[in-house]
Design a protein. Structure first.
Length: 156
């Protein structure tokens, strides 16, 4: 991907586009349908969506407590390296939360082809957002970020 695309597309827009691709895939490949929206499927989809929302919210709240920016399009404005709370488990809880919500969407769609949207989301977020953020954080926080990145995984 060209560098000029880095930090240009808000991550929720990337995931909304992936959700649209998932819906289109589910419609395009009806042979891959495995569920038709039973109560259990709906419950599982809602549970995943709630879990994902909670994970993302925990990331936002940790940033707010540290009084640093939550704007993914301006990581250079980071005033603190957040490594506590949910950030002890994942370096990207907001993106992980959005991915879990997409998993809930895939379950709700009930189509195996829809699951292809998850690796698409991971790839796009990693290339367009996470790696550039990590480059900026390494420049800004040096060895503190390097030690943190060595200790905590990017996703989970």
């Amino acid at each position: 991907m060209p560098r000029w695309l880095e930090h240009r597309i808000p991550p929720p827009v990337i995931d909304a586009a992936c959700a649209g691709v998932m819906w289109a895939l589910a419609r395009a490949v009806p042979q891959a349908q495995w569920s038709s929206g039973s109560v259990w499927v709906t419950g599982a989809a809602l549970a995943l969506a709630a879990l994902g929302g909670g994970v993302a919210l925990a990331g936002v709240l940790a940033f707010r407590r540290a009084r640093t920016t939550v704007n993914p399009l301006a990581p250079q404005r980071a005033s603190a390296l957040v490594t506590s709370g949910i950030y002890r488990v994942t370096r990207n809880p907001m993106y992980l939360g959005m991915l879990i919500v997409l998993a809930g969407w895939a379950v709700w769609l009930g189509n195996a082809a829809a699951w292809l949207g998850l690796p698409l989301s991971v790839a796009l977020l990693t290339v367009l957002q996470i790696r550039p953020e990590e480059r900026i954080l390494a420049e800004r926080f040096g060895e503190d970020f390097e030690r943190y990145a060595a200790r905590v995984r990017r996703w989970i």
